[in-house]
Design a protein around this ligand. Structure first.
Ligand code: HEM
Length: 164
């Protein structure tokens, strides 16, 4: 199987701002090293053809069924997924991928940093999850080029998911 390299992107730094603060305090907010969580479902309307190649929303729902089976059967990743609300994870993943691929869906889950904050996730586990996603896409007959277009937009999320 061809493993697509996952590109780690530089962290985004919040810039200094003269806007009023959300907490009601006034004055210039100093530049901070705090990082902002990235949009968990950045829409890519140009990927609409990729969305179709996945079989639209029904295809994504079916993909997540297969993906969860693989995650739970995997020795390395089972401990992460065995005790969570698997139905919610599948739904949120399908909605998230749908939005990302330009589909007409709404993502109602948490941002990526928050959703994964209770877990210690290493790069090796991120890479394993990507392998299993590739296996699930392969099983569903998603064309290789479409697989890679999706993986390319998921890759930058590594910085919000990997926290160990
Ligand atoms: C690009 C990679 C990833 C994406 C796009 C992603 C996306 C998501 C989404 C959308 C949710 C649902 C959030 C919610 O319900 O509010 C979720 C939950 C979860 N993810 Fe990830 N994830 C990624 C990588 C990983 C990795 C590498 C692991 C661990 C090895 C992991 C473990 C989990 C677990 C355990 C949950 C359930 C959290 C809970 O219910 O408290 N994820 N993920």
């Amino acid at each position: 199987m061809c493993v697509v390299p996952i590109v780690a992107l530089a962290l985004v730094q919040t810039a200094g701002s003269a806007e009023p603060r959300a907490d009601g305090a006034h004055g210039v907010v100093a530049a901070s090293t705090t990082t902002q969580a990235a949009d968990p479902a950045p829409a890519h309307p140009e990927l609409r053809a990729v969305f179709e190649a996945f079989g639209g929303k029904p295809g994504l729902d079916a993909l997540m069924e297969d993906f969860m089976v693989l995650l739970l059967a995997d020795e390395q990743l089972n401990p992460f997924f065995a005790y969570v609300d698997q139905a919610a994870v599948k739904k949120h993943l399908a909605d998230q991928f749908c939005v990302i691929l330009g589909g007409d869906c709404t993502y109602t889950g948490r941002d990526m940093r928050e959703a994964h904050a209770l877990f210690e996730i290493r790069e090796a586990e991120f890479n394993r999850l990507v392998e299993l996603l590739q296996a699930a896409m392969e099983r569903r007959g998603v064309p290789f080029a479409a697989q890679n277009r999706l993986l390319a937009v998921l890759a930058p999320m590594q910085r919000d998911v990997v926290n160990k």
